[in-house]
Design a protein around this ligand. Structure first.
Ligand code: ADP
Ligand code: MG
Length: 416
């Protein structure tokens, strides 16, 4: 099957072709026809398998067809996602699919000024992609009416229906027309959330692909035992051995993210950082630089675990294990996207053993362990200490020469 054979408008086909897609992925193959038929869909497929286009293609087509018949004012399709970065990224996909149509998509997120967003909304938007917080603000201030919405999409659906978000979502659902098409997509789902999803739709949901192993087939993933205080030496060692590769490191908290950046700085490695305590502009520029490969190391919290599609991430490091078991799958799914292959390694300290147990229970199998002998472990620490000492000495010499207390460190982990 090729996209050219689908019962979708020529304009949409041209958009898809322009994205470089010729054949649908499995989840696209299974869900596009059902969505075209107007069915409610719960699409569960592994990370990086093209879930965005699985809903964007048929929905742009649906909105475009209805607009040909005569455009009505107001948002027709509402897409809700957990993070601002993801909203922007999904809007890019909608924009590409609808490039040759009259369909207008727009992303509204928090962290930036509201007025330009309201202005844009007033000019007419067909497909609105948003995070629940800002969305809720706009509705309650009367800037947004949802009575023409006939399609609701929850991407990262299990996250959106989970406790933290559900209150906002519930408030929004109450304002949507009852008669609508509802689509849920994610790489993970549990029984409780599935039940909740069922309760929100009228029609029976078509479950598309429900993989036994939620981890992407393209990712080889390992754990290794590392004491909490030694993790930075192990990271340094890993970066040194993979100097040319794009690496994404996940940590548990904002404070730890800052600490890891500093620790890497001390050994001369530049890194980017994204967490919820950063300004949106800083988050955007860090993501942009990492996507472009200007810097090959990004330290992030779980805010970047879901959905973001960064080209060429070759290694994901779980510097700390995630608190939410399903985030293990999402984090390591930032590599091995599309046809690419990737690797993931988790540093597990003694105190994290219960978390690892829970993750393995969730996956239904053990994660392969890389055993490091006592001697190898010590070598990693020694090499790092030697270097830090060497670095310190060279800095003292440098300071004496220049009478300057600061030294600009060279970027080791950078692409040539
Ligand atoms: P998911 O939401 O399943 O994690 P995405 O929708 O982010 O995955 O897509 C992952 C990657 O696959 C993206 O870079 C996207 O451009 C690419 N992709 C999606 N569909 C196709 C296709 N039919 N052919 C080729 N590449 C595709
Ligand atoms: Mg996705």
């Amino acid at each position: 099957m090729k996209f050219s054979n689908y019962p979708i408008t020529e304009e949409v086909k041209k958009g898809v072709e322009g994205m470089g897609f010729s054949k649908p992925t499995d989840i696209q193959f299974k869900s596009i026809p059902a969505i075209i038929k107007g069915e409610d869909v719960l699409g569960i497929a592994q990370t990086g398998t093209g879930k965005t286009a699985a809903f964007a293609i048929p929905i742009v087509d649906k909105v475009f067809r209805s607009s040909i018949k005569g455009r009505k004012d107001g948002v027709r399709c509402l897409v809700m996602v957990p993070t601002r970065e993801l909203a922007q990224q999904i809007q890019e996909v909608f924009k590409a699919v609808s490039k040759f149509t009259t369909v207008k998509s727009f992303a509204i997120t928090g962290g930036v000024e509201q007025d330009p967003q309201i202005h844009k909304l007033n000019k007419g938007v067909d497909i609105l992609i948003t995070t629940p917080g800002r969305m809720y603000d706009l509705i309650s201030q009367g800037h947004l009416s949802l009575n023409r919405v006939n399609t609701l999409i929850l991407d990262e659906a299990d996250r959106m229906l989970d406790l933290g978000f559900y209150k906002d979502i519930e408030g929004i659902l109450g304002r949507l027309p009852k008669h609508r098409q509802t689509l849920f997509f994610s790489a993970t789902i549990n029984a409780k959330i599935k039940k909740l999803a069922y309760s929100l739709v009228n029609n029976a949901i078509r479950i598309q692909i429900s993989p036994k192993d939620p981890v992407s087939k393209n990712v080889r993933h390992y754990v290794t035992n590392v004491e909490m205080d030694d993790k930075r030496y192990f990271l340094e060692n890993l970066l040194e051995q993979n100097a040319e590769r794009k690496i994404l490191v996940f940590v548990r908290t904002q404070v730890r993210a800052e600490r890891v950046v500093k620790a890497m700085e001390r050994v001369g490695v530049d890194s980017l950082i994204i967490h919820g305590g950063k300004e949106q502009s800083e988050r955007n520029s860090a993501l942009k630089a990492f996507k472009a490969g200007d810097c090959m190391l990004l330290i992030a919290t779980d805010i970047s675990a879901r959905g973001v599609d960064i080209p060429d991430v070759e290694i994901v490091v779980n510097y700390d294990l995630p608190d939410l078991v399903e985030n293990y799958v999402h984090r390591i799914g930032r590599t091995g996207r599309g046809k690419q292959k990737g690797e993931a390694i988790s540093f597990v300290a003694e105190g994290e053993a219960p978390l690892l147990f829970e993750i393995e229970k969730f996956l239904g199998k053990k994660i392969q362990e890389i055993e490091v002998s006592k001697k190898e472990y010590q070598t990693i620490l020694d090499l790092s200490n030697e270097k830090s000492l060497g670095d310190l000495l060279s800095q003292i010499e440098f300071d004496l020469e220049n009478e300057s207390p600061k030294k600009k460190r060279k970027q080791k982990n950078k692409k040539k």
